[in-house]
Design a protein around this ligand. Structure first.
Ligand SMILES: Cc1ncc(COP(=O)(O)O)c(C=O)c1O
Length: 446
């Protein structure tokens, strides 16, 4: 007897022969045909040829409504006219220069104007570089080595924080004092020894860990909305508590807003009213081009200042602040008005509440997490507030839903997380809710 997952995969395979062919070709030259694990799925990913507004077209000509927006990046949707025009204009003048361009000045100004804690900012090309540099700054500034991060948080692909991202529960240790577990082989022992792991959203347990190790801790790095566990928002008291304790103990507080910058005009710190010492950015701020940025307090950021001779901390990068990304970034930020954030928040809330109603009506063990424009399906009746509750998800049900939604004409991340852009509408929301219902019905859950 074929299982619901096998049925969905058979439908998917039949509808996407060109993507399958491309994937078989890709496997000849890239391991598993893949160069970015986060967008791989079984039996093969879709090969996309075009993005326009809310629509993705694949190599077979299938059109689907995209709720991924390149992992939360494309907040104005695919190919927004203002951003395309700015990039086209820059194309006429050059792709990259061995000198700063005027647009980077405007870009930095826009970031510092809207994000409360940013006295100064620096640009890089990935969120990974942003967290790497912020962590380095914290170590240089405090003269201390150790870090604290939350279990189940992803902060990019470098050793210092590729720890306890999705740790196997049987290795994760005590929930209130989790083990530090390397994400995979190849991460240095030093990185694993230099980090303490705290339970997200549990300020009592986290405070205990911080106080115990305060003398060695350079920084606490936290994602105000945990993307990897399904866009799980911090409880306000968690972030407020972290600020209070780190202030008291001389530890820097780093917000990783690579995703969470998306939740309000001034980012997550504006939304929560908590001011970190340093903040890391990516995704949205580059308008669809490769990007990262980090910034914060004047006295910390001045460590990079080269005007008085060799700066305390060195920072090079061939493509840092490149004019193509700067053009896209400026156009995006200039179009991201407070009204657009109100629209995103209302649409996101509508989607989450309609999904919750559906799950209640069908009596399926599912939930929804998220905030503002961010959402994720949770395949568990447990309320997801941290990594341990997230780990109760039914992974088979997730796979059925993910492939089933592709068959229904919707793209979500392969963890069934998503986000709305300013070009999504209530009709898109209703269509997605109906598609979720259809998949559940086909799979026999309803
Ligand atoms: C919270 C967070 N931090 C850092 C990163 C790393 O960004 P990048 O993929 O641009 O290196 C990501 C990427 O998804 C992220 O979600």
């Amino acid at each position: 007897m074929t299982t619901p997952l096998e049925k969905e995969i058979a439908t998917y395979t039949e509808a996407n022969p060109r993507s399958e062919e491309l994937h078989n070709q890709a496997k000849n030259h890239m391991p598993g045909g893949d160069t970015r694990n986060s967008i791989f799925w079984d039996p093969f990913p879709l090969y996309v040829t075009d993005g326009n507004g809310t629509t993705l077209t694949d190599a077979d000509g299938n059109k689907r409504t995209d709720f991924v927006n390149n992992m939360t990046t494309l907040i104005l949707g695919h190919r927004p006219p203002e951003v395309v025009a700015a990039v086209a204009e820059q194309l006429e003048h050059g792709l990259s220069f061995p000198a700063p361009s005027p647009s980077v000045v405007r870009w930095a100004e826009l970031m510092c104007e809207r994000v409360p804690s940013l006295d100064k900012v620096r640009f890089v090309n990935t969120g990974t570089e942003a967290t790497l540099n912020a962590i380095r700054a914290a170590r240089a500034f405090t003269g201390k080595q150790k870090l604290l991060k939350c279990e189940g948080a992803y902060h990019g692909n470098h050793d210092a924080i590729q720890i306890s991202v999705v740790p196997p529960i049987d290795q994760a240790g005590d929930a209130e004092s989790p083990n530090s577990v390397k994400a995979f082989p190849g991460i240095s022992d030093t990185a694993a020894n230099d980090i303490y792991i705290a339970p997200f959203n549990d300020i009592v347990a986290t405070e205990k860990i911080i106080r115990e190790h305060a003398k060695e801790l350079a920084a606490v790095i936290v994602e105000p909305v945990n993307g990897q566990c399904g866009m799980v928002p911090s409880k306000p008291e968690f972030l407020e508590g972290l600020r209070r304790i780190t202030d008291e103990l001389g530890i820097l507080l780093i917000f990783d807003e690579v995703i969470a910058f998306r939740i309000s005009y001034g980012g997550a710190q504006d939304y929560y009213g908590v001011t970190p010492d340093l903040t890391c950015f990516g995704k949205v701020v580059g308008g669809g081009m490769p990007v990262g940025a980090f910034g914060g307090r004047e006295d910390i950021m001045s460590m990079w200042d080269p005007q008085e001779g060799t700066p305390t901390v060195q920072h090079a990068g061939t493509f840092n602040g490149n004019p193509m990304t700067a053009a896209a970034g400026v156009a995006t930020l200039e179009n991201l008005t407070p009204e657009k954030f109100d629209y995103l928040e209302n649409l996101g809330e509508s989607l989450r509440s309609k999904l919750r109603q559906l799950f209640a009506e069908l009596e399926v063990p599912m939930g929804v997490t998220g905030v503002a424009s961010l959402f994720a399906l949770q395949f568990t009746s447990t309320e997801v507030v941290d990594y341990r509750t997230f780990a109760t998800n039914d992974k088979d049900m997730l796979k059925i839903m993910f492939i089933g939604l592709l068959n229904e004409g919707f793209v979500m991340s392969n963890r069934c997380a998503g986000n709305v852009s300013t070009v999504h509408t209530e009709q898109d929301v209703d269509a997605l809710v109906q598609a979720v219902r259809n998949v559940l019905t086909r799979a026999g859950y309803a």
